[in-house]
Design a protein. Structure first.
Length: 406
């Protein structure tokens, strides 16, 4: 990941104030006002999609009636400027300048696109709409239902040196127990304190090439943890004209929140509509499996992704077919199970893993189950997005002999 902080800052071993961190950080403000192909600068040759009032949805994903904000050829590299929902929601005042000022962040260190979105007339219902700013969609030339979109995560860059972790009433792994604060009547962006939700501010900083989040533990103590940025939301549009809430993930993507899908990973999505209509958002600086409070350390990222169309019947697909999102890293295949019931999500993940191993390596299904039991970790992606997720990490190295035999 590109290192933005000065050398002296990178070697610092104590937590910085938010103001000190932002003073030394290259804030990644928007590169342009409209989607376009970049012809100069660091991103020359890439297509670019900013997060503007015209290119985002607040709380919803694109559906089959969505109009693309940009159309690109297969194999294109697209850089998206994404905006985190944390710091802009109604329980934080729907005013990022005012909210982050309480954390000693100056106005010029707040993203211009976040300010424009919250200051616009975009309607957003805190209780019924999803919280996420979703950017896109981008159409891929020639994409049709039955094809597969291959998304390679090329680069993820923090746009700001701070993030937020939130726990909200009725949500998270312990609803009714946390937050311990008491909500009051008639909450609104004018009276955000009435929501009584708890948001924890966290500066980020670098040591060498590694980024860290910093939590103030009081009495001059701090908690430091490494960052592993990834996009919580990526996917293609479903074939429905109904509004699609941004919270629950589905087999074609959305809010999957799989923390292994950072830079260097690849994700495959089955296409349901012409153009595919790819979107992204919900950028995370890092997340623990489960995401138990409700959110990860949320922060705005600049995401550079390569979008490649794999046409039906013409491409050699992993697992012979892709009917559900599938992840890949250098070391693992990542199969996914989804359901509102965590037990059923686990069963879904096991079934999909058996199917994948049987198709990919031509092994007996009973043998695949035995292998999974002995050698594969099934991790809880998240338990807080209505539809819960389990993902399996299938180690590629274990199948080297089978691949050599082919």
């Amino acid at each position: 990941m590109k290192r933005h902080l000065a050398g002296a800052l990178a070697l610092c071993c104590t937590a910085l104030s938010a103001q000190a961190a932002t003073d030394d950080f290259a804030i990644l403000q928007p590169l342009a006002e409209t989607p376009q192909k970049m012809t100069t600068g660091d991103y020359s040759g890439n297509y670019y999609v900013p997060s503007t009032v015209d290119t985002v949805r607040w709380g919803y994903l694109p559906n089959n009636s969505a109009k693309p904000v940009l159309t690109v050829p297969s194999g294109s590299t697209v850089t998206f400027d994404t905006v985190s929902h944390e710091g802009i929601l109604e329980d934080q005042g729907r005013d990022p300048v005012a909210y982050f000022a309480t954390k000693d962040v100056a106005k010029d260190q707040v993203l211009a696109d976040a300010i424009a979105i919250t200051g616009s007339d975009i309607e957003h219902d805190f209780f019924n709409d999803g919280p996420h700013i979703v950017t896109g969609p981008v159409a891929i030339e020639g994409a049709e239902p039955g094809d597969v979109l291959k998304v390679e995560v090329v680069k993820l860059e923090p746009r700001v040196p701070y993030g937020v972790i939130s726990n909200r009433h009725g949500k998270g792994a312990l609803p009714g127990e946390y937050p311990k604060t008491e909500p009051k009547d008639n909450p609104s962006s004018a009276y955000p304190e009435r929501y009584a939700n708890v948001s924890t501010f966290a500066p980020i900083e670098a040591e060498g090439d590694q980024w860290y989040g910093v939590l103030d533990a009081g009495n001059d103590r701090e908690i430091r943890f490494p960052l592993h940025p990834f996009m919580g939301i990526m996917g293609v549009a479903p074939d429905t004209a109904e509004p699609v809430n941004s919270v629950p993930p589905s087999r074609i993507g959305g809010n999957a929140d799989i923390n292994d899908l950072g830079a260097g990973s690849t994700v495959y999505y089955p296409i349901e509509v012409d153009g595919g209509l790819f979107y992204t958002g919900d950028s995370h600086f890092t997340q623990g499996d489960g995401e138990v409070a409700l959110t990860a350390l949320e922060g705005s990222l600049r995401a550079t992704l390569k979008l490649t169309l794999l046409e039906s019947g013409q491409a050699e697909l992993p697992g012979k077919q892709v009917d559900k999102l599938l992840g890949e890293t250098n070391d693992y295949w990542i199969t996914v199970g989804l359901d509102e019931d965590l037990d059923l999500a686990m069963k879904d993940a096991v079934r999909e893993s058996i199917r994948f191993l049987h198709a990919q390596y031509d092994i007996d299904e009973a043998l695949a189950l035995a292998y999974l039991s002995a050698a594969t970790d099934f991790e809880v992606s998240q338990v807080v997005d209505k539809t819960k997720g389990i993902h399996a990490l299938i180690r590629k190295a274990d199948f080297q002999d089978l691949e050599a035999a082919d």
